[in-house]
Design a protein around this ligand. Structure first.
Ligand code: SF4
Ligand code: FES
Length: 247
């Protein structure tokens, strides 16, 4: 595939000086194989040093560069320009998060929600003498949820997150399920209480957008469904115990 000229229509917004967002176009010759992140870095270096965006690893590991590219939520460092098969590429910030400047979004509330689900192991105080040994069959359920890179792509495509800023969101609920599914964790009852609300697992529309968009194969909706099932099961057990006490 030859070198080709592309137009990048980039959403710009500087809250310090702009009344609202506007689109600015840049043209660039792009080599085959170059990513959108590489194109943005060249635009910033060669044409407009004021363009703001976030990145770090350039290798789909840190989760910093998620944005809306050609109308879809993607990692800029994993999206090749030529593969988009269009001469005009729109680039905008992630949806459902406040814009700090241009393509840079404020992820504080997103990270706070992840922290709110207590994403750490809560095991018995006296742990094993050496390491915990988890049989592969028991680890399998939690494993997919350990791959999250906190890119917030799922947050951007989640209709419930768009509707309710207080909704914990797919990434936090996926982290929550990662520990609920971990056989070493012993805080199940407390964990289930944490998300048993409309801002927790009951707020999910179950449309699976988050599963489709996730660049790491994390399936938040599946975990949310399993957490709901655990909450219902715990409720049934409590009711059965109450009935037994009354008879
Ligand atoms: S679950 Fe997937 S899409 Fe959501 S933050 Fe984690 S890696 Fe990104
Ligand atoms: S720069 Fe790290 S995921 Fe893209």
């Amino acid at each position: 595939m030859p070198n080709q000229t592309f137009t990048f229509e980039i959403q710009r917004f500087d809250p310090a000086s702009d009344a609202g967002p506007h689109v600015q176009a840049y043209t660039l010759d792009v080599l085959p194989g170059a990513t959108v992140l590489e194109a943005l870095l060249r635009i910033q270096a060669e044409q407009d040093g004021s363009l703001a965006f976030r990145y770090a690893c350039r290798g789909a590991v840190c989760g910093s560069c998620a944005m809306t590219i050609d109308g879809q939520t993607r990692l800029a460092c994993r999206t090749q320009v030529h593969a988009l098969e269009t001469g005009t590429i729109t680039v905008a910030p992630l949806a459902n998060l406040p814009v700090v400047k241009d393509l840079l979004v404020d992820v504080d509330s997103f990270l706070d929600k992840t922290a709110a689900v207590q994403p750490w192991l809560q095991a018995a105080e006296a742990g094993p003498e050496k390491e915990y040994l988890v049989p592969p069959k028991d680890w399998h359920e939690a494993e997919a949820y350990t791959n999250c890179i906190l890119c917030a792509s799922c947050q951007a495509v989640c209709p419930a997150a768009g509707r309710d800023p207080a909704y914990l969101g797919p990434a936090a609920l996926a982290q929550h399920y990662r520990f609920l599914a971990d056989v070493r964790d012993e805080a199940d009852e407390q964990r289930l209480r944490l998300v048993d609300s409309e801002q927790g697992v009951w707020g999910c529309d179950m449309v699976w957008n988050c599963v489709e968009v996730c660049p790491r194969g994390v399936p938040p909706t599946r975990g949310i469904g399993k957490t709901r099932a655990r909450i219902r099961r715990a409720q049934r057990e409590r009711e059965r115990e109450r009935e037994e006490e009354e008879t």
